[in-house]
Design a protein around this ligand. Structure first.
Ligand SMILES: [Zn+2]
Length: 367
């Protein structure tokens, strides 16, 4: 391989990024929008960390893990907006609908609020559209617009009635996970790992129905038992929408009080099984110190399971966790540039940026 001059690398990275379909497989932007803190079309500047005073409830001296992993109470403090999506060359953003623990007794209502906010943002922003097909994403790329892909992070809002999945499909749902880190009527999340439960019979029915409808199954937050069960059950390729390839980063003792029982075992084997399924592992940015650290993780997955199963799933959300150089979604081209400098081929980079996720969407989505 020919050594590249730094200027050449920057030029090639820019050209490549402009050409690429870029997909971020996970964002919680709909939480602060639904809570009334931000709007998609309006960019808010990131507060200076030195000057920053948390607005309420969380004290300034709170340790960083209190804010982790989804620091909902802060809103997204300048990390996401449509102008930033466009500056970052994003083609499509997976927008998660996540019902927080304290909203679970009104999960369906909360979910409907978030769905209607997504539809409202699409109606009020010419540059944003609900993407429900692969053709939509190609067209949006040509038109220089951004697609919002509706996803569920956990399914509590369905209650025990899977027919609601059909309705949400009609409203645009194209990706879903069974549970978040908690236990629900479908499966056990990460934090129940030591308690061994996998999928319930309703959870298994949900997998079958998602396969039938053409909804991409997301393995994020599932515990070890459920992970293997879904891979056995599904007829379609799946995604891990936001995760670290090197395993959930090791927690310090004081942090593990809040995040017990994260199981990092069999990581390599789990990655291998995901690749065998034809799935995509989307690397998140959370918890990494800088762009290089994120790209190390991307390369870890590339080296473990090859170029056809890696994607991006930023989960970029919360001031304290934003890596240096990736402080907001507009900085995503820094990943492309780092991959170019490390000598990755155009073909591999295009796959990581969105090509692999497009392949899964093509295989799973019916229209
Ligand atoms: Zn999550």
């Amino acid at each position: 391989m020919r050594t590249q001059l730094p200027e050449d690398a920057a030029v090639r990275a820019r050209e490549l990024h402009e050409r690429a379909i870029v997909i971020d497989c996970h964002s919680d932007i709909l939480i602060p929008i639904t809570n009334g803190f931000v709007r998609m079309g309006t960019q808010v500047d990131i507060p200076d960390p030195q000057q920053y005073e948390p607005p309420f409830e969380i004290k300034a001296e709170s340790p960083p893990w209190v804010l982790w992993p989804h620091s909902n109470r802060f809103g997204c403090i300048g990390q996401y907006s449509l102008p930033q999506f466009q500056a970052g060359g994003l083609t499509a953003q997976v927008c998660a609908i996540f019902v927080e623990n304290d909203q679970r007794d009104r999960a369906l209502r909360r979910c409907m609020e978030m769905v209607s906010w997504l539809h409202r943002e699409v109606e009020e922003n010419d540059a944003l559209e609900l993407a429900t097909s692969v053709a939509d994403i190609h067209r949006l790329k040509d038109e220089g617009k951004c697609g919002a892909i509706m996803a569920f992070e956990a399914l509590e809002q369905l209650g025990y009635d899977l027919t609601l999945l059909d309705l949400f499909y009609k409203l645009g749902l194209r990706m879903a996970s069974l549970t978040w880190s908690r236990r629900n009527q479908f499966a056990d999340g990460l934090q129940h790992d030591v308690r061994t439960g996998g999928l319930t019979s309703l959870g298994r029915q949900a997998i079958a129905r998602m396969n039938e409808l053409g909804i991409v199954i997301d393995l994020a937050h599932l515990n070890q038992v459920g992970y293997w069960e879904v891979l056995e059950l599904t007829e379609d390729p799946v995604v891990m929408s936001h995760c670290s390839g090197r395993g959930y980063f090791p927690l310090k003792a004081e942090e593990s009080r809040f995040h017990p029982a994260h199981d990092v075992s069999r990581g390599r084997e789990r990655l291998g099984a995901l690749a065998e399924n034809g799935g995509v592992f989307a690397v998140f940015f959370l918890g990494f110190k800088d762009v290089d650290d994120v790209v190390d993780d991307i390369e870890y997955v590339l080296n473990t399971i090859g170029p056809d199963h890696v994607g991006l799933g930023s989960d970029l959300y919360g001031l304290h966790q934003a890596p240096k150089g990736l402080e907001d979604i507009s900085k995503v081209p820094a990943i492309t540039e780092s991959l170019v400098r490390r000598g990755q081929s155009d073909e591999v980079i295009l796959k990581v940026l969105g090509g692999n996720l497009m392949r899964v969407f093509e295989q799973v989505w019916k229209d």
